[in-house]
Design a protein around this ligand. Sequence first.
Ligand code: XLF
Length: 327
Amino acid sequence: MANMRQIAKQAGVGIATVSRYINNTGYVSEEVKAKIEKVIEEVHYRPNELARAIFKRNSKIIGLLVPNISNPYFNEMALIIEEYASNLGFSIFLCNTNDDPKKERAYINVLQGHRVAGIITVRSQCKEEYTSQDIPVVSFESHISEKVITVATDNYTGGKIAFEHLYESGCRKFVHVKGPDFSEAINARSLGFIESAREKNLSIDIIKFETDFQRKMLEANIKILEDIEKFDGIFVFNDIAAATVIRYFQQKNIQIPEQVQVIGFDNSYIGEFLYPSLTTIEQSVSEVGKTMVKVLIKMIKGEAIKQRNIMIQPKLIKRETTVGINV
Ligand code: XLF
């Protein structure tokens, strides 16, 4: 049975070049590739099981890049993706990018080096890095390119629902606690909220958080939350940030929902544990997670995906931080 050494000899190239070609770990010129492929055909070279997986990129490993694993929405998403993918025979290689494009780029390289079968990327800030390689990619929220399928909640509509609910609940002085600007989803939520207010000739004040969650979230934002009690309706861009805002009011002895009403976004599991429990806009993490795995596995199998942008509909989850009724 032929091995890499013999292939190298017959093709007249070094063994390192053959290895680079088979493992796709570096540059091999088109001319040399053609020579190696010809010898592989002639000698009926078949790599061993692991090498074959690498060679055909059927490693059955999915790379999952999340921006912030300490955000409950993303840790639940990772759990659902792992569970659903493993039932379909795939393992997960989990990477936390910390919303840092440099770290994301480095992880994309690592995943490519491990010849993963496909990648699910969440709130990505990279583009060419995904499209320059021939790996199937599904993206949550960020639109990367034509080749990459995007799955996202209809965030604009979610923002509108949040406004309508606060308005129906009697609020008239609104503030929006907005997350980082680089996120398409966060911006769309804000726009829906602001435009709905405009339709009623009302204006929205904005307070900005620089991250979606960090351990000392309240300490980091305490200054910018000063005076927030002058508003009566608050839309916070996600649930974990809403938990921070609720904590702030509790420390100041301000009653929710009697003095101020709060609505979050996600319907992550923490909402039910908060006191008072959090009214929020659901972006179904189970639907999002399963849809991404299903679509990615279809792509890995070479099936065509017609819908390039998959939109998940948001829904109001009425709990105790608002007084209005569920619509
Ligand atoms: O990127 C957005 C902001 O935070 C994401 O969908 C989330 O709502 C998760 O908490």
